[in-house]
Design a protein around this ligand. Structure first.
Ligand code: G3P
Length: 219
């Protein structure tokens, strides 16, 4: 499973990229606004830190405008993935960019029907928002399972399922069990993935017993 980081905060991206666990980054207009940074500049900086796909979302709602904006974003760096919303205009823009070999991340997906359209439009990634479905009492993980199952029926579909709107570690674990290709993870959730009280307890016990030996591996 690839791990993307869902943030536009440079300090968080640097910190987590240093672990070697980060395969890409996703941003959206809300995350860019939160960063307080110039959009073009911050995407360029992120692309210089993380070599994998970096999603930069268009803000136009018509295909022509999306194409104009996307062409500008694609010029920022080779690893920019153009993010477009799941609308007919977004799918038209997706087809335009995918025919040119430019990565497209089709976002704001909330149904399997939408995911089929994104695959037919040549999307590199589809972003189903599991957390926002859970937030309204629907089963976000069921959507992931449905999309993975449908995509497996059609070898010509090359779109990767990029699980988005992740709220907790189990969204990642359960999506991985289903075979989702990518999880885009808020930095706070990624940091909780590694934590387990028994690991901490075990380290403490090992250190206490090692200290009794009076030895050092490296003087
Ligand atoms: O960036 C796309 C998605 O991950 C946003 O999720 O937390 O705003 O529902 P969220």
């Amino acid at each position: 499973m690839k791990f993307f980081i869902d943030t536009a905060e440079i300090s968080e991206i640097r910190e987590l990229a240093a672990t070697g666990l980060v395969d890409g980054v996703t941003t959206n207009p809300t995350l860019i606004a939160k960063s307080g940074r110039d959009f073009i500049e911050v995407i360029g900086e992120i692309c210089s830190i993380v070599k994998g796909p970096v999603s930069a979302e268009v803000t136009a709602l018509d295909a022509e405008g999306m194409i104009k904006e996307g062409e500008k974003l694609a010029k920022i760096a080779d690893n920019v993935a153009i993010k477009v919303p799941l609308t007919l205009d977004g799918l038209k823009a997706c087809r335009h960019f995918s025919d040119k070999g430019i990565l497209v991340n089709v976002t704001l997906c909330f149904s399997a029907a939408q995911a089929i359209l994104a695959a037919k439009a040549g999307a590199a990634f589809i972003s189903p928002f599991v957390g926002r479905l859970d937030d309204i009492g629907q089963d976000g993980l069921q959507l992931i399972e449905d999309i993975v199952t449908i995509y497996e029926n059609y070898p010509q579909f090359t779109t990767e399922v990029l699980v988005a709107s992740i709220r907790n570690p189990m969204h990642i674990v359960d999506s991985a069990k289903m075979g989702a290709h990518v999880a885009t993870i808020p930095p706070s959730v990624l940091k909780t993935l590694v934590k387990h009280p028994l690991t901490d307890k075990g380290i403490d016990a090992f250190m206490a017993d090692w200290a009794k030996t009076g030895q050092k591996i490296v003087a």
